[in-house]
Design a protein around this ligand. Structure first.
Ligand SMILES: *Cc1c(COP(=O)(O)O)cnc(C)c1O
Length: 497
């Protein structure tokens, strides 16, 4: 299996090269040249398979330059009871008849990004060995919260790779900050930046593009890579839980094998839902994907009108991981929907760069609408949903998951579609405990996030997610901070250049 560029501007590369590079150096994203299709026997086989076995069945189709032992070794290091607090890795919670919540937050940092980031570093390490890369890889990440800690945990103590995370000092929650600055591991560094996330992100992008700096790194034996969802190495592991949860519904006899399901995904950068779409193209019986957005509903508008228009106000919400106006992975989806017409992708994305918007034609919009519906949940609706789901089902969801549930309910009411639905739950409610507690109980007397965590634990009668326990007393290991202009200097200091 080779990976090609969505913009037809690079040679086809094997998986190892795609994961090393992260994105196509000349712009564009790597996608598989052909989507592998699974047979009915493969699907039947999954009904009797564990998470790791299912992961192997899927990944062997994409990592054809890796041996069976290499894939299985990486899977064993990622998906085990040290890293995940549930033996099923991604357990399915039945909310009510025909509605199931896929809990993707049982990994070390309480957000769904762990599922990919626990595995990806092991694959990357193997890839570097295969390609005989002599340099030490330096993962540079700017984070608005969840990605930073998930990447730190994944790359912690992975040989031959260093990771440096930059976060906006004022832009993350107290719990998120504490999660990051208490990270152990000799190869990790965390730096607070005076500035917002966009400033951090832009500066990091500039550093990636800085040729002189790149040469200086080379001479010292380093090279940069990235760990965000534009890297195919993060997407492939996410295809797995769509098959696993479908097989689980068959195991429990909630559906007949082969029956159609709907899938709802709270969406930001479009990575998670795209992995679902690849699962569908591989043979998963899906009727409709519900692409759920919060008040930053650019995708909802796009799927209704065909116009992708970034000229709008950025809104801060209680589901911050979905506060995004440019969903990078949409490019991959459009490449697939247009049957690999890279001329169209080039045209649309050049226009986006120049004018901040592009519009697709009616034919391709119809294609999209056949398989996907864009729906959004407004801030007050999201809060009410957290409250309502608790009242009705005694189950507490985080704000991102609540956006998914509300969007699904709106879709169902409008379409009358009663197909069984899997709704992705992307974070533990503990990770966003102030917003959750406020939705449940009204305005809070305390602003202390650690006190609120304990209150939530008391209310649910369950213990605080292991990744968030004892954070307030844990040793602080990282105290670096800098201005936006100081980011490059910090990198030099950390790498002793
Ligand atoms: C990252 C994230 C999302 C968005 O996922 P994408 O793959 O970027 O669409 C949703 N919810 C949570 C909690 C996240 O951390």
């Amino acid at each position: 299996m080779k990976y090609i560029s969505t913009r037809d501007n690079y040679r086809p590369v094997p998986f190892a090269e795609a994961i090393r590079l992260g994105m196509v150096p000349s712009g564009g994203l790597f996608v598989p040249e052909k989507i592998p299709e699974l047979s009915c026997e493969d699907l039947d086989h999954m009904v009797g398979s564990s998470y790791r076995e299912t992961a192997f069945l899927i990944l062997q189709e994409y990592l054809t330059d890796f041996s069976e032992g290499e894939i299985k070794g990486a899977l064993a290091r990622a998906y085990n009871s040290t890293n995940f607090d549930n033996p099923e890795i991604a357990p399915l919670h039945k909310l009510t008849s025909g509605q199931y919540i896929l809990e993707l937050w049982h990994g070390p940092t309480a957000a769904f990004k762990d599922v990919a980031l626990q595995l990806m570093p092991h694959l990357l390490k193997k890839a570097l060995k295969k390609l005989d890369v002599k340099n030490e890889l330096v993962i540079l990440t700017a984070t608005s919260g969840d990605t930073g800690k998930a990447a730190l945990e994944g790359f912690r103590d992975v040989e031959g790779i260093k990771i440096i995370v930059f976060y906006p000092e004022q832009g993350v929650s107290k719990v998120q900050k504490r999660q990051m600055i208490t990270t152990s591991g000799e190869n990790t560094a965390v730096v607070g930046v005076e500035g917002n996330f966009d400033n951090c992100q832009t500066q990091i992008k500039n550093i990636f593009a800085d040729k002189e700096f790149k040469e200086q790194l080379q001479q010292s034996g380093f090279e940069f890579s990235s760990a965000n969802s534009i890297n195919w190495g993060r997407l492939a592991p996410q295809i797995v839980y769509y098959f696993y949860s479908y097989a689980e519904l068959c195991r429990r006899e909630e559906i007949e094998p082969g029956a159609l399901v709907n899938i709802t995904v709270p969406t930001g950068n479009f990575g998670n839902i795209l992995a679902g779409y690849y699962a569908y193209r591989m043979g998963l019986p899906v009727k409709k994907f519900i692409c759920a957005s919060n008040d930053n509903n650019i995708l909802t508008d796009f799927m209704q009108s065909g116009l992708y228009d970034t000229d709008r106000k950025f809104k801060k919400t209680i589901s911050p991981s979905m506060d995004i106006l440019i969903s990078s992975n949409l490019e991959r989806f459009l490449f697939e929907i247009t049957d690999h017409q890279s001329e169209l992708i080039n045209e649309w994305y050049n226009r986006l760069l120049r004018t901040g918007k592009f519009e697709i034609d009616q034919k391709h919009l119809t294609e999209i609408n056949k398989i996907m519906a864009g729906v959004c949940s407004r801030e007050p609706e999201t809060k009410k949903t957290i409250h309502h789901i608790y009242q009705k089902y005694n189950y507490i969801v985080d704000p991102h998951t609540a956006v998914g549930i509300k969007s699904y309910q709106k879709y169902r009411a409008k379409s009358g579609d009663r197909t069984p639905v899997i709704i992705d739950s992307t974070a533990s409610p503990f990770k966003f405990s102030p917003a959750v507690m406020e939705a449940l109980e009204g305005e809070l007397k305390t602003k202390d996030e650690f006190a609120i965590l304990k209150k939530l634990a008391h209310k649910t009668g369950s213990s605080i997610h292991p990744g968030l326990q004892g954070l307030e007393t844990e040793k602080i290991r990282h105290d670096r901070s800098c201005s936006v202009e100081g980011i490059k200097g910090q990198i030099k200091e950390i790498l002793r250049l």
